[in-house]
Design a protein around this ligand. Sequence first.
Ligand SMILES: [Zn+2]
Ligand SMILES: [Zn+2]
Length: 355
Amino acid sequence: MDFYTVLGVRRAASAAEIQRAYKRLARALHPDLNPGDPVAAEQYGAIARAFEVLGNPERRARYDRGEAAVASEPVPRVGFEGFDFSRGGGEVSFGEIFEAPREERSMARGEDLEQAAHVSFDESMQGAERSLEVVRFEACAACGGLGEVELAPVPCRRCRGTGSLRARRGHLVFSRACPDCAGRGRVSRRPCGDCAAEGRVLQTERIHVRIPPGVRPGERLRIPGGGNAGRHGGPPGDFVLVVEVGPHELFRRDGDDLHCVVPLSMVEAAGGAHVDVPTPDGPVVIEVPAGTQAGQRFRLRKRGAPRPEGGRGDLFVEVAIEIPTVVDDRGRALLRELAALHPQEPRRAFARKER
Ligand SMILES: [Zn+2]
Ligand SMILES: [Zn+2]
């Protein structure tokens, strides 16, 4: 039986013509569309065999040269899978006929690992170091991360050494190359027992992490390659440290700027003073001018949080004023004297509105 005749194409037909002819015939003769029709089933088998050869340039060339080795070769699943024989809503594909393929031993990137670290506010300004215990997958030493180890060739268990798998559907028996041994019938590798063929094993490890000065609350510090080893030799994931920063009793952080409140005495605010204000690097002296009001803000450039990319934020100092409670006669007399010397009209805006 000539394969070109079976598919009804010329010997000089292009690959596309051969594929078109095969698809057209396969649709018409598919066993699920011709249940109980032995002629259709037989024809269907014939066109499948013809396409196995003519659909592959290498096999087709050998067939054209009259070489006989063609039939004995394991047939890859090329052209069969993912071929959709839909008609009238019913979908039948070869993928359903064969059992689901075994999970591929393909490389896969390892997962990222995440852990939280708490640092105090001061540590977040100065930087910190943490030593963390991390449970992570490491590449398996027994198999070098491949999930398989070499051994002397033995018959393949899955196909019992035949190199092909068979599946029955109605009257038809389909066969395909055994994926475990790639159709060779023998295997020279076995799954690694140390890592259950994963190529990686769980290990507890200490990781040393440097937390940079100025780290932002909730910042995610990424250590490339510090996560799980990949499956079957795949690249590792990352380790991500999520930094939690504790509060500070004086400073409030806003971006890379810091805010704090500096209380002044009434006398300091009125007469001006040099006062110590806290900064992340220790106290600095600022000059408060006479007549400083409550709520007034001073900006201390580059006294805020260090920026990981360089530079620093600013520190904003807001003035609060503590007023003494004056109930003694001498105190009241002095206040009256002061008021006479420096008359004030604090509610002048109200007065204007009343008029
Ligand atoms: Zn292993
Ligand atoms: Zn096999």
